[in-house]
Design a protein around this ligand. Structure first.
Ligand code: FES
Length: 155
């Protein structure tokens, strides 16, 4: 695993390379999130300093876009699709079953840090609706009980 000072150095280099590039904030935040796994406040402050963009603007962009995380995720990220195709085929029941199993609501991380549960609007696998992903693996044609069993595989 990369050390904190190595990550900071990589981020600094990246910011220097893009210093004059218009619209650089989002790709820099994406890169920072890849490095750190999320965007803690000190990282957003470092981005502000390294890009000469006010910290309020950096924070505003990071909080506006759903792709950015301000909190660390659990070991496994579960994304339950709530797009139209999944919704009409029972996605809400699947989501409720997952929330009950993990004792959290969507957007949160389980108390043991094993799972973060999120909702997404479509992952492009509508033919398999309803679907969820665990990390990057896709599971389809779900019933609530099956979704819960899938999590058991990751316990
Ligand atoms: S709506 Fe769920 S995969 Fe498209």
């Amino acid at each position: 695993m990369e050390r904190a000072d190595e990550k900071a150095a990589r981020l600094k280099t990246l910011m220097a390379e893009r210093r004059t590039e218009p619209g650089r904030l989002i790709p820099i935040l994406q890169a920072a999130q890849r490095l750190y796994g999320y965007l803690p406040r000190p990282v957003m402050e470092a981005v502000a300093e390294g890009t000469d963009i006010p910290v309020a603007e950096v924070y505003g962009v990071a909080t506006f876009y759903a792709q950015f995380r301000l909190e660390p995720t659990g070991e496994n990220v579960v994304r339950c699709c709530m797009g139209t195709a999944c919704h009409v085929r029972g996605a809400l029941k699947v989501l409720r079953a997952l929330e009950k199993k993990l004792a959290i609501t969507a957007g949160a991380t389980s108390g043991d840090g094993r799972f973060t549960l999120e909702t997404v609007n479509c992952i492009g696998a509508c033919g398999l609706a309803p679907v969820l992903t665990v990390n990057d693996k896709v599971f389809g044609a779900l019933l609530p009980e099956k979704a819960v069993e899938i999590l058991d595989q990751y316990e």
